[in-house]
Design a protein around this ligand. Structure first.
Ligand code: UD2
Length: 309
């Protein structure tokens, strides 16, 4: 069954804008709430005229009440998404990531929203050495960002228990794809490597490059969100969203080099403080419960993404 009307917070951002596009293409009416702190209006150029864009902040309870009215589902993607930013300014990011999330949940319950799907993060696992990461592992948050995302999950389940608001939390692994902002040193590694490859510059690999990540294409993340919104049995669930596979960072650079036709040796720098060594998701829970399986192979996803640069 199609969603009639959805609110996407952070809908002008990287992941949010892809979600907005998919919903609009599906014939869903979409309201976007974004304060453009890291999102861009032009990210929504492809979304057509079925969307209502509202520039504003998720901490604004009155505005939320107005934009959420009539929405069946809320996809909560707005956040301070840089781990480093949350380390620099834990108070501000707490306001946005936690108070903002509570405001969104609260507006949703007051306005009879059926379901809220929340963007959480693999950051909640911290450096637990057990692999792959399964949802039943005890969280080990290592940054304000991870604490804030974990708190959001607890608020979500509490709102379901107390008020009957259906919530689903998705723990994203390393998401990549077109429109991921490459402009900060703390941007996603794929966006940084692609910027460097297309400029013919050597990347810096932090540490020996033997660290692994599970890179999931933004199209698959959108797919997981739609399944989480539509499947009745998803309510109350927490699910990993990854591919179940991983690649070492030095091999990632070689692959991006091959695909972009450059052969540049990387520069190796000191390991990044707090870097996690190995990260790979177990996706059997979301596979079994929601029928999720990643559709975009890493190589194809990289080719598609390179075309955007
Ligand atoms: C990701 C998420 C973050 C949080 C975290 C959970 C992104 C952008 N960030 O952080 O939000 O959920 O996972 O643990 O998805 N690297 C280099 N050279 C560079 C840039 C990065 O070697 O120029 C390495 C970096 O040291 C790390 C890996 O690449 O080992 C991935 O870095 P990242 O910043 O893309 O993502 P991550 O996993 O630290």
């Amino acid at each position: 069954k199609k969603i009639s009307h959805a609110l996407v917070t952070g809908g002008a951002g990287f992941i949010g804008s892809h979600l907005v596009e998919a919903l609009a293409t599906d014939g869903c009416r979409v309201t976007v709430l974004d304060n453009l702190s890291t999102g861009h209006r032009h990210n929504l150029d492809g979304a057509g005229d079925r969307i209502d864009f509202v520039e504003g902040d998720i901490r604004d309870a009155q505005l939320l009440d107005r934009v959420i009215k009539g929405c069946e589902v809320v996809f909560h993607q707005a956040a301070v998404v840089s781990v480093t930013q949350t380390v620099k300014d834990p108070s501000h990011s707490c306001e946005v990531n936690d108070l903002g999330t509570v405001r969104v949940l609260d507006a949703a319950r007051r306005n009879d929203v059926r379901r809220v799907v929340l963007a959480s993060s693999s950051a909640v696992y911290g450096d637990d050495p057990r692999l792959p990461k399964t949802e039943d592992m005890a969280p080990r948050p290592l940054s304000p960002y991870a604490v804030q995302k974990l708190a959001g999950e607890f608020y979500a389940s509490t709102f379901m228990d107390l008020y009957g608001l259906e919530t689903v939390c998705l723990r994203y692994f390393n998401v990549f794809g077109p429109r991921q902002d490459p402009s900060s040193p703390y941007s996603g590694v794929i966006s940084i490597f692609m910027t460097q490859a297309t400029a013919g510059q050597a990347p810096t690999i932090y540490g020996d490059g033997g660290q692994t990540r599970d890179f999931v294409n933004v199209k698959d993340v959108v797919g997981a969100n739609l399944m989480a919104a539509g499947n009745p049995s998803a309510a109350g669930g927490i699910f990993n969203v990854g591919t179940g596979a991983c690649i070492r960072i030095r091999d990632l650079w070689s692959l991006i080099g091959d695909l972009s036709g450059v052969a540049i040796d990387p520069v190796f720098g000191p390991a990044r403080a707090g870097d996690i060594r190995e990260s790979v998701s177990d996706i059997s829970k979301i596979g079994d419960a929601l029928g999720f399986s990643p559709r975009v192979a890493l190589r194809q996803g990289l080719v598609d993404t390179l075309a955007w640069y």
